[in-house]
Design a protein around this ligand. Structure first.
Ligand code: HEC
Length: 176
């Protein structure tokens, strides 16, 4: 297992950020040879010469299909607060999805730069992770208190990176 883990971490921590910074889409790390030692099929796939990431959604789809609905569930949790354990589990799932969607924004091919873009994406990760923890604790007030932080993440990034921000009519009162 060890021989598998290190190159994988290497690829994640070192190679990807480097290639992302240089704007090189393909990942060419020295990892493949090290993988063959004990990794098996999964390791071989992880060590493919190009980036293992396959961006499926466009930026717009990520926003509309994942980030917008999941953040709404946090913004508006006060309207129909979770009651049953199942409700809370659903909320946790939503919060975790939002948190991880921040990582999706930072992927090669999506990150617009390695500065403010990353900062704003990480804000989503942080709020989502906090909401997830609070969801586990069934802490409704704590989740409501995250509203400002979440709103700021959306708005600051949109002000800087979303074309035509503020000029379009908003169909719902959610922060855009
Ligand atoms: C790291 C930057 C970033 C963050 C954070 C971010 N967005 Fe976006 N968002 C964008 C960009 C860039 C676009 C424009 C995408 C396009 O049109 O290609 C966008 C567009 C959108 C759209 C319009 C999509 C469309 O095609 O109509 C919605 C809705 C949206 N964002 C919701 C949100 C919400 C809600 C949040 C916060 C919970 C959020 N976004 C956080 C960068 C971000």
């Amino acid at each position: 297992m060890r021989s598998f883990r290190f190159p994988f971490l290497f690829a994640m921590l070192v190679a990807l950020p480097l290639t992302a910074q240089r704007g090189i889409p393909a990942l060419r790390s020295p990892a493949p040879m090290m993988f063959s030692a004990g990794g098996g099929t999964i390791a071989a796939q992880a060590a493919a010469p190009t980036s293992t990431f396959q961006n499926v959604a466009t930026m717009s789809q990520l926003m509309v299909e994942i980030i917008y609905p999941t953040s709404d569930d946090i913004f508006y949790i006060g309207r129909t607060p979770p009651e049953s354990d199942l409700d809370w589990m659903r909320f946790q799932r939503t919060a975790l999805t939002l948190a991880e969607s921040g990582n999706l924004l930072m992927m090669p091919g999506r990150a617009r730069d390695q500065g403010d873009w990353i900062k704003y994406s990480k804000m989503l990760v942080d709020v989502g992770a906090a909401a997830y923890k609070l969801g586990k604790a069934k802490d409704l007030d704590g989740i409501l208190a995250l509203n400002d932080q979440l709103y700021t993440a959306c708005v600051t990034c949109h002000q800087q990176y979303r074309p035509g921000y503020g000029r379009r009519q908003l169909p719902t009162p959610a922060p855009r």
